[in-house]
Design a protein around this ligand. Sequence first.
Ligand SMILES: NC(=O)c1ccc[n+]([C@@H]2O[C@H](COP(=O)([O-])OP(=O)(O)OC[C@H]3O[C@@H](n4cnc5c(N)ncnc54)[C@H](O)[C@@H]3O)[C@@H](O)[C@H]2O)c1
Length: 290
Amino acid sequence: MEKILVVGAGFMGSGIAQVSAHAGYQVHLVDISASIMEKALRNIRWSMEKLEEKGLLNDPAEKVLGRISLEEDLSCASRVDWVIEAVLEEEEVKRRIFRELDRVAPKETPLATNTSTIPVTRLAENTSRPERVLGLHFFGPVPLMGLVEVVKGEKTSQDVFARGIAFVRSLGKIPVQVKRDIPGFVMNRIFSAAFREAVDLVDQGIVTPEDVDVGMRLGYGWNAGPFEIADNAGLDTVARVGQTMKALGAGHLAPGSDLIERMVAKGHLGRKTRRGFYRYSPDGKRLPSA
Ligand SMILES: NC(=O)c1ccc[n+]([C@@H]2O[C@H](COP(=O)([O-])OP(=O)(O)OC[C@H]3O[C@@H](n4cnc5c(N)ncnc54)[C@H](O)[C@@H]3O)[C@@H](O)[C@H]2O)c1
């Protein structure tokens, strides 16, 4: 059985671990604290049980969970066939992790990043194997979203790019190939352009978040509106994406107003804190707007 290391057990890392275990891989999951990993495991169990109730699991939830082991550090990278990094969107933290992974992982193991914005090439520079570094950009919530962008860095080999595409398919997801490495890749750039305008219109008091979301669902056939997507993603992550886009010279895609930063400063991070553009009950259901 192929082994995968997922670094970061937050919203995205726990989802990536879940879908990989579901697809039959042996998964090692690591984060900076045991309590975060325990929480990730509880979330994965909750999600697996929901999928099991709906008859959407191939194997019993317990069997899938049995394929996930929690790790204390990156030393298990020495035994894995794939690494997927999904830590917070901070370039310095990711660079440090890539240096460490390059030291520990077998030379043939591909190192993938789930970064939303940072060009893969910049992370690959921290390794001695840039031809084996690529982007696997999942969408959240990972168990429910069918898309993964596979990003080719400047030095990613055609073989590793093709293996990334095959790996995504093995998870039951559809790959979109990003053939040149630019900040925000493709989907986030398109979403960010719409979100930038939506945030600025709301901050000027021209429209409510709810009306924008209704409008994009009914008028353009989106499954979820931009503020629903942002609340699910976490407004702290959305703020970091905007800051990174600016730092990488793609500031025209980041919101012009500081509405998101103001919400983050108040601790309104979206669904995870039960308050963002919407409010949520303790079991995660959206509450009616006042
Ligand atoms: N939230 C989304 O919808 C979304 C979508 C696609 C991609 N991403 C990207 O995925 C990555 C993770 O985002 P998230 O939403 O899961 O964030 P998150 O805050 O939920 O999780 C990040 C995790 O990284 C951990 N971490 C921090 N430093 C670490 C270290 N040195 N070693 C191990 N773990 C460490 C944190 O403890 C936290 O659990 C980011 O790069 C983000 O841009 C997010």
